[in-house]
Design a protein around this ligand. Structure first.
Ligand code: NAP
Ligand code: MG
Length: 492
């Protein structure tokens, strides 16, 4: 709590970076345009941020191209790249209180969450990949004939990176970590709702010694700045986190240049509670699984499957905990849940709450706005949910839980997998054999057993089915930033 008290209050928080970073220079948009970024707790404007578009992306890609084709970054000793990345992590850590406050201001998440969760995980990611920088190597391969055959792992080139607003600092680290370790250069577009911390990290990267042109940041809007990155022939690879709809647009637009793509998209993750589970732990898991980050998590456990024998009692506990959840000012240390990120998300979630009621589900708690200023929504639990209702099928991306009842294992697996998504899942049981069986049969990129939202920089994360392709984090997270070159030498 001592560190929390140290977090600067919004009024005294210096903003610093609001311009574009291109080739090591902080510049206004060529058009001269800016856009407002707002504080979702008060709906007030925090700052005007330079609005990049195709002309700025052109300059950023030229800089990233030059930095990749001619600059020191991919050519320096790999260990030195790692050292610069460690230094970046240290500089972020030195400003952790101020960065947590800036994240809370721009995104609305509780400052305590940013301080204890997002930023430590971002630091881990940068340090984990800093350690990889000098450990990326190929193989020698015993091919037929008198040849010496080996592979080299080389950086893919210039990476276009487009991130969403739910974890601005963490998503920046997930994207920069593997790209920088591999020796790639970057053109990044943060989300229009939350550009401030990504820009601040870019300033710290400069201080850490990342050479000019290696990291370029172009805030702006998806259809202009984002699309320009996706279409630009100077971009070799696009890494995107966000909605499936936008991913489909990106995939079509990236087809012309046959760009490499990785997508981390949404989910409708099943969180499964068997009657034999530690129900205290499972109730906390159900609560955190849906409400973390105001429900704005791609891996949110938004479908809670509860075995019929304990259904009534367990739901009572979940509802009780939801009622007690503290919604309010992100800068109050007691706050557990802040506002949704913007009006569009607020309206979308309220629309789903209405649809749940209309389709006949029972709103057991919540369902209303909190206050009349800021985008706050009550923690909401729907019971009597049917699999075919929109609230059981579509990603709501808000604090809205759908509870479903099950009795039979095969039926449970079929229903849990009956979704176009496949990002994450969890199972709560004391039966080890059953835990592993469910983990095997669920079609999801991550399965948590008797826990939820456990992330680690060393453990790969990503989706089956329409939750995306490619993996982030871990050794697998490097793959999308590397090409494999086969060299065959005649020894005759
Ligand atoms: P989104 O449209 O997918 O936005 C994600 C990022 O893509 C933003 O930086 C966005 O720019 C950019 N973008 C938008 N259109 C683009 C285009 N044509 N070309 C290139 N980039 C483009 O997501 P959203 O509208 O913010 O949120 C809508 C829904 O997406 C949410 O309700 C949620 O269901 C889902 N979502 C999922 C995640 C996740 O972690 N998987 C994160 C956020 C949202 P702008 O800044 O202009 O939007
Ligand atoms: Mg904002």
């Amino acid at each position: 709590m001592a560190t929390l008290a140290a977090a600067p209050k919004p009024a005294s928080l210096p903003i610093h970076q609001t311009q574009l970073l291109i080739d090591g220079q902080w510049v206004p948009a060529k058009s001269g345009k800016t856009f407002d970024t707002i504080n979702p707790a008060t709906e007030e404007v925090i700052a005007q941020v330079a609005e990049g578009d195709a002309a700025d992306v052109e300059a950023a890609v030229r800089a990233a191209r030059r930095a990749f084709d001619e600059g020191p970054w991919p050519r320096m000793n790999a260990r030195d790249r790692g050292r610069i990345m460690y230094r970046l992590a240290d500089l972020i850590e030195a400003e952790i209180d101020e960065l947590a406050a800036l994240e809370a201001l721009d995104n609305g998440k509780p400052v305590s969450d940013a301080r204890a969760g997002d930023i430590p995980l971002a630091l881990d990611t940068l340090r984990y990949y800093a350690g990889w920088a000098d450990k990326i190597h190929g193989q020698t391969i015993p091919i037929n004939g008198n040849y010496f055959c080996y592979t080299r792992r080389e950086p893919v080139g210039v990476a276009g990176q487009i991130i969403p607003w739910n974890f601005p600092i963490l998503m920046t680290a997930w994207k920069w970590g593997p790209a920088l370790a591999a020796g790639c250069t970057i053109v990044m577009k943060p989300a229009e709702q939350t550009p401030l911390t990504c820009l601040r990290l870019a300033r710290l990267a400069q201080k850490a010694g990342v050479p000019d042109g290696v990291i370029n940041v172009v805030p702006g809007f998806g259809p202009t700045a984002g699309a320009a990155i996706v279409k630009h022939p100077g971009i070799d690879k696009v890494a995107f986190t966000g909605s499936g709809e936008t991913a489909q647009i990106i995939m079509r637009q990236a087809a012309d240049g046959l760009k490499r793509l990785t997508f981390e998209l949404g989910g409708k993750s099943p969180n499964i509670v068997f009657a034999d589970a530690d129900l205290d732990a499972a109730a906390v898991g159900a609560h955190v699984g849906i409400y973390l980050n105001q429900g704005q998590c791609c891996c949110a456990g938004s479908r809670l499957f509860v075995e019929d024998a304990i259904h009534e009692k367990f739901v009572e506990r979940v509802v009780e905990m939801s009622r007690k959840r503290k919604v309010g000012d992100p800068f109050d240390p007691a706050t557990e849940q802040g506002p949704q990120v913007d009006r569009a998300q607020f309206d979308k979630i309220m629309g789903y709450i209405e649809s749940g009621k209309r389709e006949g589900a029972t709103c057991a708690t919540g369902g209303k706005r909190v206050g009349d200023r800021g985008f706050f929504i009550e923690p909401t639990v729907f019971t009597n949910v049917k699999d075919e209702m929109a609230i059981a099928r579509e990603e709501i991306f808000g604090p809205v839980l759908s509870v479903l009842k099950f009795s039979d294992m095969d039926e449970l697996i079929r229903r849990a997998n009956a979704t176009t998504f496949g990002l994450a899942a969890a199972v709560w049981t004391r039966d080890v054999a059953r835990a592993h069986e469910v983990a095997k049969r669920l079609r999801a990129g991550t399965v948590w057993v008797n826990c939820y939202d456990v992330f680690d920089a060393a453990a790969p994360f990503g989706g089956f089915k329409q939750s995306g392709f490619g993996r982030e984090l871990g050794e697998r997270g490097l793959d999308p930033y590397l090409e494999t070159k086969t060299v065959t030498v005649s020894l005759s």
